[in-house]
Write a protein that binds this ligand. Structure first.
Ligand code: ADP
Ligand code: F6P
Length: 327
């Protein structure tokens, strides 16, 4: 009987549990036993592995986080750590592996594939920072969490005629900022792919103020600026007081949206199908509402002008005409 190992790795994302559930149930229907590897690649190296049955995954699809826990594992970055992981997989008789995680986890999975392990990966990250797939599991839920905060901040900004800088997650990817600014009626976006300098941000606020709009939301991706410096710069230049709000880890938690649960369920089933058809070294994705699979080596090889986010920035500029610098 084949045995399938499953692990979650990197930052947790809402919907990972729904993906785990889908993999376990799909595997059982193909008569494959599933083993839960706890704590990502670290758990694999440490032999933290137990049987995972359909009974164990009942009622988890609506839970945030990951029942398998996750980690960032330095030991796995080294060849010796990965060789140890391969030895553990063999020791447990695990012939198939599903890795759910972000970009870094995929790189780890690719290396296992090259070491002879049959592995398929599923994109689970709030950042949506893969070029090959329109959506990763967790992005939609995080986006809705951000929107909830934006609505609340807008209520008080409007009442006080205030400007707020909201910093959202995304690592080096501007999707969370772009989508939330468009859906949440933000005024200014600055993202790693189209970074605005302080001066441009000030001129955009200024033109809003000149048009009579005094409550303005500036949505920025994390890691780009020191938010306190940006606040100080705007306050000194424009003589207005500016609020800041760093949304932080609330963006990673919470019950997954229907979209994420469905996406995770479809991807989990697809991953098992691919493995039983004899495939390995592939990442599952979704493109134009169709499930796809792509070789690990190509996950970030899509031309950047294909990015939906650039089209969204154009749409955003329609709502903020004359303000957004687009190229
Ligand atoms: P994410 O998967 O969310 O992008 P990380 O970048 O932290 O999160 O990656 C998760 C884990 O994947 C890392 O802690 C490490 O164990 C493994 N990993 C990341 N990059 C590599 C790499 N280049 N080679 C091997 N393993 C990697
Ligand atoms: O990858 C998901 C993410 O939440 C990023 O948006 C963020 O930069 C990072 O993880 C934070 O990582 P950590 O949990 O290690 O602080």
């Amino acid at each position: 009987m084949n045995k399938l190992g499953i692990l979650t790795s990197g930052g947790d994302a809402p919907g990972m549990n729904a993906a785990i559930r889908a993999v376990v149930i799909a595997a059982q229907q193909k008569n494959i036993e599933t083993m839960g590897i706890k704590g990502g690649y670290q758990g694999l190296i440490d032999r933290n592995i137990d049987r995972l049955t359909p009974f164990n995954v009942e009622g988890i699809a609506d839970k945030g986080g990951t029942i398998l826990k996750t980690s960032r594992c330095l030991e796995f970055m080294k060849e010796e750590g990965r060789k140890k992981a391969v030895r553990v997989l063999k020791e447990f008789g695990i012939t198939f592996l599903v890795v759910i995680g972000g970009d870094g986890s995929f790189k780890g999975a690719e290396k296992l594939h090259h070491l002879g392990i049959n592995v398929i990966s599923i994109p689970g990250t709030i950042d949506n920072d893969f070029a090959y797939t329109d959506y990763s599991i967790g992005f939609d839920t995080a986006l809705n969490t951000i929107l909830d905060s934006i609505s609340k901040i807008k209520d008080t900004d409007l009442s006080h005629d205030k400007t707020t800088i909201i910093e959202v997650m995304g690592r080096y990817c501007g999707d969370l900022a772009t989508y939330s600014a468009l859906a949440g009626e933000g005024e200014i976006i600055s993202i790693p792919e189209r970074k605005l300098d302080f001066n441009t941000i000030c001129s955009q606020i200024n033109s809003k103020i000149a048009s009579g709009k005094h409550d303005n939301l500036i949505i920025i991706t994390e890691k780009m600026y020191d938010i306190r410096e940006l606040k100080k710069y705007i306050e000194e230049r424009l003589k207005i007081s500016v609020r800041t709000s760093v949304l932080g880890f609330i963006q990673r938690g919470g019950s997954p949206s229907a979209f994420d649960r469905i996406l995770a369920s479809k991807m989990g089933v697809k991953a098992v199908e691919l493995l039983t058809e004899g495939h390995s070294g592939l990442a599952v994705g979704i493109k134009e509402n169709k499930l796809i699979s792509i070789e690990f080596g190509n996950v970030n090889n899509i031309l950047s002008d294909n990015y939906e986010k650039f089209r969204l920035l154009d749409t955003f500029s329609t709502f903020n005409k004359g303000d957004q610098v687009l190229s």
